[in-house]
Design a protein around this ligand. Structure first.
Ligand code: CP
Length: 324
């Protein structure tokens, strides 16, 4: 693996999941794989889980991790090719990225979408500019449209839970991605990415439910059953993934924000005692009720814990492939 930006960079999802679970069982199995290597973690936005889990994963592989909060500590970066830099940006990515490529053996980057211009966001200009100019493997810590380390974690968590409680016979587990209300417009990246990975994985009966006007991009959802009837979607579900996203078509807006879409214990009654997932951070009693989050339905803490093993499996693959 030479980069990790989307599921398309993975040749065998189940093998990567198995690798992550092997690291979970034995975190220091490859403690020298990244010896004398350095990884840069660049954040253009805040993070708790992604930052810390990737640092721990790198340490488990013997790498030194350096975190750089570009948005707070660095020069304002310019990403447009040919930009006349007479405004607020101070340094062009084509100057900064090659330098970072000299400092680090692997470069990890978190960006966010503007939610103002869909074409710009979906072109993934920020992360693609780093890939173009850094000259070292690039790992997405969340980009404008995708969050692959989160999605790998999600498949790991579902796989691990299925080992304990199989869906039953040859029946595929029913996995439901449900939209939830929120107080501000959020990116589509976690939902896009989850849909992309579950579809590529192919081992679930996958249903997406959201209010009208919250359609996601078909390039990610194709293969899933899509319904605006949340109750119908939840029937017989084994896993319910809760996430808000803003509108894709009339880009970056909040339309309907019906609190009735919040996931509650009552709604889980028609499921197969479903496990509930969320990438976190979560707005309690807006997206998900306290009673669900604090119940045995909730996988969110285990899910966030698994971020370490997802990151470790990906970094290990890159180190092995590139010899870096
Ligand atoms: N799920 C996730 O990416 O969490 P952070 O934003 O805290 O990294």
């Amino acid at each position: 693996m030479r980069k990790f930006i989307s599921v398309k960079d993975v040749t065998d999802i189940n093998a990567l999941v198995a690798k992550a679970l092997a690291y979970k069982a034995d975190p220091l199995a490859d403690r020298n794989l990244g010896a004398d290597k350095r990884i840069g973690l660049l954040f253009l936005n805040p993070s708790l889980r992604t930052r810390l889990s990737t640092q721990i994963a790198a340490k488990n592989l013997g790498m030194e991790a350096v975190v750089f909060n570009v948005d707070k500590e660095g020069w304002a970066l310019e990403f447009e090719e040919g930009a006349i830099m007479s405004g607020n940006t101070v340094e062009h990515v084509k100057d900064a990225a090659p330098i970072l490529g000299q400092y680090f053996d692997i470069l990890c980057i978190r960006t966010f979408p503007s939610l103002k211009n869909r074409e710009d966001d979906y072109s993934e200009m920020y992360i693609n500019q780093f890939i173009k100019y850094a000259g070292v493997p690039v790992v997405s810590l969340e980009s404008a449209t995708l969050h692959p380390l989160q999605s790998l974690t999600d498949i790991i968590t579902i796989t691990e839970s299925l080992k304990k409680e199989p869906a039953g016979g040859t029946r595929k587990p029913k996995v439901v991605l449900t939209w939830a209300p929120h107080v501000k417009p959020l990116p589509q990246c976690v939902a896009n990415s989850f849909a992309q990975w579950v579809n590529a994985w192919g081992e679930a009966d996958f249903v997406i439910t959201h209010p009208q006007d919250y359609d996601l991009a078909e390039e990610f959802t194709k293969g899933a059953t899509i319904t605006h009837d949340q109750d119908e979607a939840l029937k017989d579900a084994d896993f319910v993934y809760v996430k808000n996203w803003s509108t894709y078509n009339d880009y970056g807006k909040i339309y309907e924000n019906d609190p009735g879409w919040m996931l509650t214990e009552e709604k889980l009654k028609t499921t197969r005692n479903a496990k509930v997932m969320h990438c976190l951070p979560v707005r309690r009693n807006v997206e998900l009720s306290d009673e669900v989050l604090d119940s045995t339905h909730s996988l969110v803490t285990r899910q966030a814990g698994n971020r370490v093993w997802a990151a470790q499996a990906v970094l290990s693959e890159i180190l092995t492939t590139t010899g870096k």
